[in-house]
Design a protein around this ligand. Sequence first.
Ligand code: CS2
Ligand code: MG
Length: 403
Amino acid sequence: MPKIIDAKVIVTSPGRNFVTLKIITEDGVYGLGDATLNGRELSVASYLQDHVIPCLIGRDAHRIEDIWQYLYKGAYWRRGPVTMSAIAAVDTALWDIKGKLAGLPVYQLLGGASRESVMVYGHANGTTIEDTVKTALEYQAQGYKAIRIQCGVPGMASTYGVSKDKYFYEPADADLPTENVWNTSKYLRIVPELFKAAREALGWDVHLLHDIHHRLTPIEAGRLGKDLEQYRPFWLEDATPAENQEAFKLIRQHTTTPLAVGEIFNSIHDCRELIENQLIDYIRATVVHAGGISHLRKIANLADLYQVRTGCHGATDLSPVCMAAALHFDLSIPNFGVQEYMRHTPETDAVFPHAYTFADGAMHPGEAPGLGVDIDEELAAKYEYNRAFLPVNRLEDGTMFNW
Ligand SMILES: O=C(O)[C@@H](O)[C@@H](O)[C@H](O)[C@H](O)CO
Ligand SMILES: [Mg+2]
């Protein structure tokens, strides 16, 4: 059996912080897992270093499910983003090892390919509608079949998804949380205008997505969904905070616009009611935050019973290790929907060389054994950790709100 003899946590910051777990077996085969939790990276690094790695040494690396159950049930304090990101990193690294030992890409171990490649969506954003549409046309010209559109809101200094650096979006932008200000009614006025302009410029053969980023009440989300129906959005994401899964019933009563949620979910229990009551159309949970490939497959299997498809989160604060793992998962499951693909910077790609490829609006994980991603530890060591917080959001009267 491939005995685990060592494991280490690598914190590196090529432009933004990443946490990577490396598990090493006695015959030198190693596996990688992404453990990055934006704004709370060191919590997961410590959870792994201090509370997980000591329990891994001497175990059989092939026993992925048993180790998963050991770390989940053994924590006693179950679930939560820190615990589940740590478990995810172990799970992902063990699938990497299993693939390398079998000489097969992980998707083959997950039942083989269910499609030739996976459709991805890019992020077009701009301070004005015109600016956003211009960028969306660039994505369309690059072959993207799905494009997320986010634009600035007149009268607001900043809004979600409109970044200083147009292409390498990084929201964790300061040593202490940046304070943003929000105004829902100004936002609700601009989004239908954005979709109208985008449809006029890009036509109807491209999927248009939008991320509300937890900022509407259910009835406001129902109104926006109805306003946008004529423009056929592929989905409205994170329409309202989803701790209260019931809230989505209200949105469903008012609009047929498809709903996506779940990038901040970390277990099947966060989305079971949403899926079983068909309150959503896409589940956004992803490998690094939802317990790894093993648990994400359970979420996808439940979703498949209710015709809910996947739409894994794929922002730049999830490392190329997570992107690689997500692509193996995406290629294999029957109810794949779309994969988010925010390109990493060249310096990040240099730290994490990988086999996955992009072509004509789709991606493929490649045929390398395991996940097909590595970490250049020497290069990684050059990038010191930089504390960086996600922003907070307040209403104009100062009330704390959802970022
Ligand atoms: O859909 C998305 O990609 C966003 O919601 C993310 O960019 C999110 O804001 C970041 O991952 C937070 O770290
Ligand atoms: Mg989002």
